[in-house]
Ligand binder design. Structure first.
Ligand code: 5AD
Length: 334
């Protein structure tokens, strides 16, 4: 697909849009056989040294109370009280190297020793030593988003560091043996359809196993409180377009989609998404994990299972890393 064909795909409506979503779902089914991965997410810290203009956890937001979760109760929750359908966990935080060393690494070690869960992290741009320590502790999947792939727009958005650094981090992680996922926000202030298409083309060409799309949502404690939220159709079309470009990638349905339109989650699954997430952050701290607004649609296990069934799919019995290594060993049969 050329970039201008990607633009057309992002803006598709009516019959062409229905066609796009159907094709994407067929490709997902062909590659993954109607299975959807279920990953638990724990937001372990909202401290952040970055200052992304669109994010409520930006370091300049002095009014936010900051937290790091405690080790013992979290380990107990994850070992003994996690929802049964979860095959993978993702530890996510603002860019906070302290929580990486003090909490995430010891937690990964325990989980690696006592469970066969797939372990993912989404912790920002860190030092190569920190990446290596995370890998050695048992994580194998790194989520590191571009948000926007246009260098000038990246600067105006004040996204993490600079674009070249972010791209270098993605390449480094892939070479170091991580399964890497990246993605973008669609509908950011000042982002044209051409910029989104160029970002999607950039993601297509990177050494990734997963892609994601988040619809922009304005937050009061960001620089863009009055900018409109992204239309749901744009976000769903982006999911479907990514599925056409890289049929074998892991692409999540994200809960933010339920905030920008009707049936967002189900529509993402019907347009080729193949990963769902259950938020396991304890409710108190979760209130302060402020990406945009304090309203977030928290997806419970019950709701996730229903959405997967409504989309005619089934939850995967195996975790992401296992599924990915099976596919690598035997691509035709997997
Ligand atoms: N709208 C949508 N997504 C946002 N994120 C941060 N701020 C916003 C926003 N205003 C997303 C980014 C980040 C993820 C954790 O949340 O994609 O990677």
């Amino acid at each position: 697909m050329t970039n201008s064909e990607i633009v057309t795909s992002l803006l598709a409506s009516g019959d062409r849009q229905a066609d796009l979503h159907r094709k994407a779902a067929e490709l997902r089914d062909r590659e993954f056989g109607k299975t959807v991965f279920v990953r638990g997410v724990v937001e372990v810290s909202n401290y952040c040294r970055e200052n992304c203009s669109y994010c409520g956890m930006r370091r300049d937001n002095r009014s936010l109370s900051r937290f790091r979760l405690d080790f013992e109760p979290l380990l107990e929750l994850l070992l003994n009280h996690r929802p049964a359908s979860i095959t993978d966990l993702n530890f996510q935080a603002g860019e906070d190297p302290i929580v990486v060393r003090e909490l995430v690494i010891p937690l990964l070690r325990e989980l690696r020793a006592h469970t066969n869960l797939g372990l993912s992290v989404c912790l920002g741009t860190l030092s190569e030593r920190d990446y290596a320590a995370l890998r050695e502790a048992g994580a194998s999947f790194y989520i590191i988003k571009l948000e926007t792939g246009d260098p000038a727009h990246y600067r105006t958005m004040a996204s993490p560091g600079n674009l070249d650094e972010r791209l270098a981090a993605i390449r480094h992680l892939a070479v170091a043996g991580w399964d890497v996922s990246s993605g973008l926000i669609v509908g950011l202030p000042g982002q044209t359809p051409e910029m989104m298409a160029a970002t999607i083309a950039m993601l297509r060409d990177l050494p990734l196993v997963g892609n994601s799309v988040s619809p922009f949502i304005p937050g009061n404690e960001t620089l863009w409180p009055d900018h409109p939220a992204a239309p749901l159709d744009l976000a769903i079309n982006a999911v479907a377009t990514m599925r056409l470009l890289n049929p074998d990638r892991i692409i999540p349905a994200v809960s933010a989609m339920t905030l920008v339109g009707h049936r967002g989650y189900g529509r993402a699954l019907a347009a080729g998404a193949n990963l769902t997430t259950i938020n396991l952050t304890p409710p108190g701290p979760r209130q302060n994990y402020l990406l945009y607004t304090r309203e977030r649609n928290i997806m419970t296990e019950e709701r996730i299972i229903r959405e997967i069934a409504d989309a005619g799919c089934v939850p995967s019995q195996v975790g992401l890393s296992t599924a990915l290594s099976q596919r690598r060993a035997c691509p035709a049969a997997a």
